[in-house]
Design a protein around this ligand. Structure first.
Ligand SMILES: *Cc1c(COP(=O)(O)O)cnc(C)c1O
Length: 432
């Protein structure tokens, strides 16, 4: 557990020059130097090994350093790492899209590939605006969204994130003003209380002439609160969108590819959104790639309007390396008995985290699919709790009041038990 002078000098350079997510440059929070990673283990440069509970934020569903995914990247690298997508195309993108269209909810068939989740949300919002412009309703340019949502960090995506946790007041004059709907109180597994729909219906009734779409995270709200709501609410929200002529955008960037127990969380409600965003686990955590899928109705209508094209085109659109790995990751997932495994992980999380529910410092324990959440009464003290987790041999990164696990699907029962025990132990230490 010693750090070489070379690694220590790198960590010093990091502190001096590099921002980390949501961090201060002059931060005294520790950053841990990772030498390599394999399976569910992070190998720190000081010699310690940590069992990873985060899948690098929903992404690394097959674990790190997977032979099949490495091979897909290496084979594609021998052909070409990248070519522009304007006027050119290639097998990795075509094969990937063929598979995505087959496995996503019926009706989604036009696909825009982009480089990150936030960009896929920008693309979705622009699709909705161009769609209504083409139907002769150019006033429909605003969005309705649920409170406590999270949709990314670019300005358009930020405008539909929760206004409080997203610090909208700070970016007041540049963020478009959107319409915020109360999040449903009915939990996953419960029918929707009719009172939950009042806030949504009121916004739709009053503002539908200005609304391009309702954007939400289906069933699982991620970074805005790790909250699981009634699938019945989602089904009824879909119906209300149709009634008021507002498109539905499902942000499946966190939930996609099995995490909630279904391949896509929309399946819990049996709905097809008009537009769907995917990202994160798309490449199994290898590199940044995202996509926005929509119906023939939306894409055809955009084609028929002015200017007759969809107005977006990133430089690294459909990067062949990323598409090749994504295709391989999707094949790997579909070949596996993922649904059974995620059911077992859910059981393991429920049993392993149950002891937390009795602790006075804990407000609630909740699990769905391969997601386990311990909501504390008070926000955790980040540097202390992170150190305690590392000392317990696990990588868990809480935020605010939320201590949560979303392990790789390939985690063994034994490692899952160790991970949960570490959470129980560390949570019990948070006594002030
Ligand atoms: C992470 C996330 C995003 C943003 O994706 P990035 O790749 O970080 O830009 C958007 N929506 C949801 C639901 C997410 O979890």
């Amino acid at each position: 557990m010693t750090i070489s002078p070379k690694i220590q000098s790198e960590i010093d350079l990091d502190h001096e020059h590099i921002w980390h997510p949501y961090s201060a440059m002059q931060s005294d929070l520790p950053v841990y130097h990772v030498e390599s990673a394999a399976g569910v283990r992070l190998h720190l440069s000081d010699g310690r090994q940590l069992i990873d509970g985060m899948s690098s934020w929903w992404c690394a569903i097959h674990g790190y350093n997977h032979a099949r995914l490495n091979q897909a990247a290496e084979e594609q690298l021998q052909r070409m790492a990248h070519v522009m997508f304007g006027g050119l195309t290639h097998s990795p993108a075509i094969r990937l899209v063929e598979k995505l269209v087959a496995v996503t909810p019926d009706g989604l068939q036009s696909v825009f590939i982009s480089d990150s989740g936030s960009v896929s949300v920008e693309v979705a919002m622009k699709m909705a605006i161009q769609y209504w412009n083409s139907t002769g309703e150019p006033d429909k340019q605003r969005f309705a969204t649920l409170r406590n949502g999270y949709h990314g960090d670019t300005l358009g995506a930020m405008s539909v994130c929760d206004p409080v946790t997203g610090m909208h007041s700070l970016f007041n004059s540049v963020l478009s003003r959107q319409y915020f709907v109360e999040r449903p109180a009915s939990r996953f597994g419960e029918p929707c209380d009719p009172a939950d729909l009042e806030s949504l219906e009121q916004v739709l009734r009053q503002h539908h002439a200005q609304l391009a779409a309702l954007i939400l995270e289906p069933v699982v709200q991620g970074a805005g609160g790790m909250y699981f709501y009634s699938a019945d609410y989602l089904r009824q929200a879909r119906a209300l969108c149709e009634r008021y002529r507002v498109l539905l955008i499902a942000d499946e960037i966190a939930t996609g590819f099995g995490r909630s127990g279904r391949l896509f969380a929309c399946e819990h409600a049996g709905i097809t959104p008009d537009i769907m965003c995917i990202g994160k686990a798309l490449t199994g955590g290898y590199m940044s790639l995202a996509a926005t899928l929509t119906t023939a109705e939306v894409s055809n209508t955009i084609d028929q309007g002015n200017p007759g094209v969809f107005m977006h085109g990133p430089t690294f659109m459909a990067n062949p390396l990323a598409c090749a790995v994504a295709l391989s990751s999707l094949e790997l997932l579909l070949e596996s008995d993922w649904q059974r495994r995620i059911g077992q992980i859910e059981q393991g999380l429920r049993q392993g985290l149950a002891a937390c529910a009795q602790m006075p410092q804990v407000a609630e324990v909740r699990c769905l699919g391969a997601i386990g959440v311990v909501e504390m009464q008070q926000p955790v003290e980040m540097s202390r709790i992170t150190r305690q987790f590392v000392e317990a041999g696990v990588w868990v990164r809480p935020f605010g009041k939320l201590v949560y696990l979303m392990p790789a699907y390939i985690i063994s029962d034994e490692d899952l038990e160790k991970l949960c025990s570490a959470v129980v132990e560390v949570v019990s230490l948070q006594t002030d």
